[in-house]
Design a protein around this ligand. Structure first.
Ligand code: ADP
Ligand code: MG
Length: 226
């Protein structure tokens, strides 16, 4: 495998009060530029896995390394900085700020580090334009369709040129045609951007060259698991 970007080793996650591990020993390496789909039924731990990969949740045990660095050794601020710099997250529910315009929403990942500069604004405008929202820059989420909101969320995930895009059921709220467009977009990102999508939609998974299935808190080869 080429250059590993993110590696999970024996990752276990048990939520407080739960009697079973949601993640029960996950080993996974995603290479630079790799495109991966993770499937599994509702409640199988897909979002938990993505949150751990996105440094938004901490495993109960096991380790996560991003770019060869064990993130478990970092404090919250360092982890957050790493997340902002290298990761883009597309949530199932777009999580846009209702009071902000499409353009401002895309720029949100920059605000944590101060005001976005002109280059960041240009990139945000350019992304929205490429996603067919060039005439919607100043619209608030309420004035956008579901598909348009999800595209704003994708632009926000891409604005800082992440090395890894994590998408949690990104097509869940879209109709078939819009879902295909979004999958097309995610699978055609620049070659060096890795993408991990979790989905329960077999058609979405089929668009990705590698598919794994979450079963009983562990990852299995989707082809073998059926
Ligand atoms: N914040 C949480 N607190 C307690 N239990 C949780 C939490 N998040 C997820 N779980 C539990 O972990 C399991 C997997 O959830 P999740 O990762 O959301 O699955 P999926 O995304 O595949 O539907 C579920 O049983 C859920 O109840
Ligand atoms: Mg989920």
């Amino acid at each position: 495998m080429s250059d590993p970007l993110i590696s999970l080793t024996a990752v276990r996650r048990r939520f407080p009060g739960a009697e079973v591990d949601t993640l029960a020993g996950v080993d996974l390496t995603v290479a630079t530029g790799e495109r991966l789909a993770v499937v599994g039924p509702s409640g199988s731990g897909k979002s938990t896995l993505l949150f751990v990969m996105g440094l938004l949740d901490t495993p109960t045990s096991g380790s996560v390394a991003l770019g060869g660095r064990d993130v478990g050794t970092l404090d919250d601020a360092a982890r957050a900085a790493l997340r902002r710099e290298h990761l883009g997250f597309v949530f199932q529910d777009h999580h846009l700020l209702p009071q902000a315009t499409a353009l401002e929403n895309v720029l949100v990942p920059w605000f944590a580090d101060g005001r976005p500069n002109a280059a960041a604004r240009d990139r945000a405008r350019d992304l929205l334009t490429r996603l067919g929202l060039g005439d919607r820059l100043d619209h608030r989420p309420e004035a956008l369709s579901t598909g348009q909101r999800q595209r704003v969320a994708v632009a926000r995930a891409l604005v800082r040129r992440p090395r890894l895009v994590l998408a949690d059921e990104p097509t869940g709220s879209l109709d078939r045609a819009r879902a295909r467009e979004l999958v097309d977009l995610l699978t055609r990102l620049q070659d060096d951007v890795a993408v991990v999508v979790v989905t329960h939609d077999p058609e979405v998974a089929a668009a990705f060259p590698r598919t794994l299935r979450l079963v009983d808190g562990r990852l299995a080869d989707a082809a073998v698991a059926g």
